[in-house]
Design a protein around this ligand. Sequence first.
Ligand SMILES: CCCCC/C=C\C/C=C\C/C=C\C/C=C\CCCC(=O)SCCNC(=O)CCNC(=O)[C@H](O)C(C)(C)COP(=O)(O)OP(=O)(O)OC[C@H]1O[C@@H](n2cnc3c(N)ncnc32)[C@H](O)[C@@H]1OP(=O)(O)O
Length: 262
Amino acid sequence: MLGRGLQMTRVICRLMSRKLSAGLHRNILKNMHPSIDIWSVRSSLKNIRSVTMAPWPFSSSGPRDYSLPNPSWRSEMQRLYEHYNSMCEVETEGGEKLKGPWIRLASYNRALKYAPGGQCLSKFLQAKARLFTRNIEEQGAGFEYVVFVNKQEKTCVCVFQAGHLLEGPPGLVHGGAIATIMDSVTGTHAAYLSGPVMTANLTINYRSPIPLGSVVLVHSSVGEIDGRKTLLSCQVTSSDGSKLHTEATGLFISVSVGNLLM
Ligand SMILES: CCCCC/C=C\C/C=C\C/C=C\C/C=C\CCCC(=O)SCCNC(=O)CCNC(=O)[C@H](O)C(C)(C)COP(=O)(O)OP(=O)(O)OC[C@H]1O[C@@H](n2cnc3c(N)ncnc32)[C@H](O)[C@@H]1OP(=O)(O)O
């Protein structure tokens, strides 16, 4: 019985690998065999290399998409959102609508669950996976942000409004919150480019403080992609780009899907 379970586990993992790489939304574990052992599944998943996965697997449907405007957004945040969003779709002279150079990335609290293949993963995670930056339900209180990527230029920009819960020095954004948004933006960018990654190194220089409640831009660009290593650089600037607040470099290492199940 146990042998049969293990065999089925391997088949399921092979199927999951194919499904993940194809980027399809199907719950392949719906009728999971009762003798399947989670640890066997996990160790088999360890062998699924990130290079087999389609980049940026998150779907555009599901519950609350935190990247969409809400009433807490200041006019500057809304203006910058519309600026980048307008470049996600372009209209030809004949009125035909085509994909533009930018893509808005949807963002969910239950990030893994709403990724293709994520329904399977969330079973193993007992539906507990939550994304830190999207855990504050009160709109405008924490991290309000939207990420856009430019596929051709391999750049990424995030419009970020820091809420009152992110206070460090009086009236200013906490350095850890700045590190969090930089890790999230570069991590998202790296995952978009290279599939599942973990941050190995994030080196930050804080140049000028960020006023609480202000709207800033977080830019991420590729330094180098070398095998499993994706090196990105990141700058936080004022919304008009005139003032540098923070700069960083981040090293992201591609990992197998199994690493996400610890
Ligand atoms: C349906 C599936 C969906 C999958 C989606 C996946 C991801 C997207 C997920 C969510 C996206 C949503 C939002 C994104 C938001 C936030 C992103 C935040 C990301 C994080 O916040 S994540 C938490 C903090 N992060 C850690 O908790 C990592 C702890 N750590 C480890 O888990 C290991 O340490 C690991 C895995 C990093 C490497 O371990 P490993 O065993 O796999 O690889 P190994 O050590 O062999 O290194 C291989 C080569 O990298 C070089 N290397 C390694 N580390 C280096 C360093 N620090 N400096 C310079 N070089 C380094 C080596 O020198 C070698 O180089 P070489 O090959 O040339 O020798």
